[in-house]
Design a binder for this molecule. Sequence first.
Ligand SMILES: [Zn+2]
Length: 88
Amino acid sequence: MGPPWRFRGEPLALEWVADGWHLRFVQPYRATKVYRCPGCNQEIFPRTLHVVVWPEGEPSRRRHWHKACWERRFAELRRAARRGGQAT
Ligand SMILES: [Zn+2]
C-alpha cells in the first residue's frame, strides 16, 4: 500500500472484551511509566508487558495490572459471578 494510504491503527494494540470488562495490552515499548498494580500492590516497571483494564464504557476507571494479577482477579470475579455472589 502506498499513497494515499496511511497506516492508522496500532499494530500491537491487542484489545479484548469479556464480561463487561475491556482489556488492552500495553506493549513494553509503550510502557514508559511506573504503575502500581491493584492486584498485588507492587509496582509495574517500565518496559514491562502489562494490561490496562476498565469496565466497558468507563475508561476513566482504567487501571494498570500485571497480566498475571488481572488473570487471577478475573478468575475470582467469574467464580463469584457463578456463585451469584458479589465480588469485592
Ligand atoms: Zn500485580
